[in-house]
Structures are given as C-alpha cells and as structure tokens.
Design a binder for this molecule. Structure first.
Ligand code: 5RP
Length: 218
C-alpha cells in the first residue's frame, strides 16, 4: 500500500477563481489536485473541459488527477492528456471498450486508472488490475459534491487491496465522495492510499492540518 496522499477536489473550489483556490491547495502542502469532468450524460451534471485543464497547467505543478465521468471517454482522453493531465481515470460502467481506452492512455503517456460507482461490484475492475496505476472506488454516486460517505464501499476497497497483494501489484486505491478526517482512517484500514476530498478540504479551518491528518495515517 502506498503512502497516503490527499487529492483535494476542484469541484468544491470557487469556479470563478480556480487559479486562486489552487494556491490554497498548494499552501496546504498538497501535491495532487483532483479534477472532476462531467458530461451531463453519464452523470447529471456538467463541470470543466480540456481548456480548463490547459489553462491551469502552466499555473501549478500539482499532479493533475483527472477523473472522467463521461459516457464516451475514448473521444476525450487525448484532449485531456494534451491539456496536461498527469493521470486520467475512466469509469467501467458505460458501454465502450475500456481496455482499448486504457491502451490509448498508455500511448498518450499518462498514468491511468479505472473507476467504479458505489453499486458496481469490485469484480468489474479485476480484468484491468495489471494495467492500471490507480483504482478509484466512488464512495458517493458521482455527479455532485457534498454527499454522505458510503461506508459499505470499503468492503470493495478491501477486496481490491487483497487482489493487489496477491498479484504483487502496486496500483493505488483511491476513494472519492464524502471523505473527511473522521472516515479517512476507516478507509486506510481497508487498503486506501489516495483520498479525494472536496467539501471537507475547502471548508476546513486549517487545510494544512487536514492534509497532515490524512497524509500521516499509518
Ligand atoms: O467526484 C465527485 C463527485 O462526483 C467529487 O470529487 C466528490 O464528490 C468530492 O466532493 P466531496 O468531498 O464534497 O464529496
């Protein structure tokens, strides 16, 4: 299991002043930024496009963890990679060739991962474990920030962590949705090493302490 990393979610930032809010992420000592891309089809909301990522890229050295909540991600991975994403994650639920899209990501030279929704079984990511840098288990139904953490998802992260160990792999396991300082230790105990937090991070009175609390979990 990797050392814990906090990835604040840009979804919870002020969308009229993203560049300034990213400086809050840097000032807290974070090294990652989670960027949620929504298409209004796979999820019932809209957020950012490749241009947003391209405009942010020269303003920060944060590792850009781009989560594509798209029905047809294969049409957009190149644009996001060229915009400067460091890592791109794609959902397994929509109807498209996930393996081929992972191949595209490899050719584009970015880190790559697969994502499952709360009700999608862990087995849905099993075929891809040897290829990915990260598996993201959503702890809310994707689409909106500020929802409640679904603790039963941790049974899946524990299963995925078992596969990671038995196969001798080192991909990261990430959770996203309702993550806060109270439930992060529970996640850590179930194999999680990468913690996306939107609301809890941006509303925190001491963001630096919030980061330290997550990134010093045993
Ligand atoms: O992917 C997401 C929603 O689809 C967000 O990253 C996630 O919900 C984080 O926000 P919060 O910490 O407020 O739950």
């Amino acid at each position: 299991m990797g050392s814990p990393i906090l990835a604040p979610s840009m979804l919870a930032a002020d969308h009229t002043r993203l560049a300034e809010d990213i400086k809050l992420v840097e000032a807290a000592g974070c090294t990652w930024l989670h960027v949620d891309i929504m298409d209004g089809h796979f999820v019932p909301n809209l957020t950012f496009g490749p241009q947003t990522v391209a405009d942010l890229r020269p303003k920060t050295e944060l590792f850009l963890d781009v989560h594509l909540m798209l029905a047809q991600p294969q049409h957009f991975v190149e644009a996001f990679a060229k915009a400067g994403a460091d890592q791109i994650t794609i959902h397994v639920e929509p109807s498209y060739d996930v393996g081929a899209c992972l191949d595209q990501l490899k050719d584009l030279g970015v880190k790559r991962g697969v994502v499952i929704n709360p009700r999608t079984p862990a087995e849905a990511v099993e075929p891809y474990l040897r290829e990915v840098d990260i598996v993201l288990a959503m702890t809310v139904q994707p689409g909106f920030g500020g929802q409640s953490f679904q603790q039963d998802v941790l049974e899946k992260t524990a299963q995925i962590a078992k596969w990671r160990e038995s196969l001798g792999l080192d991909f990261r396991i990430e959770v996203d949705g309702g993550v806060n300082a109270e439930n992060a230790p529970l996640c850590r105990a179930k194999g999680v090493d990468t913690f996306v937090a939107g609301t809890a991070f941006f509303k925190s009175e001491d963001r630096s302490l919030f980061r330290k609390n997550i990134e010093t979990l045993d």
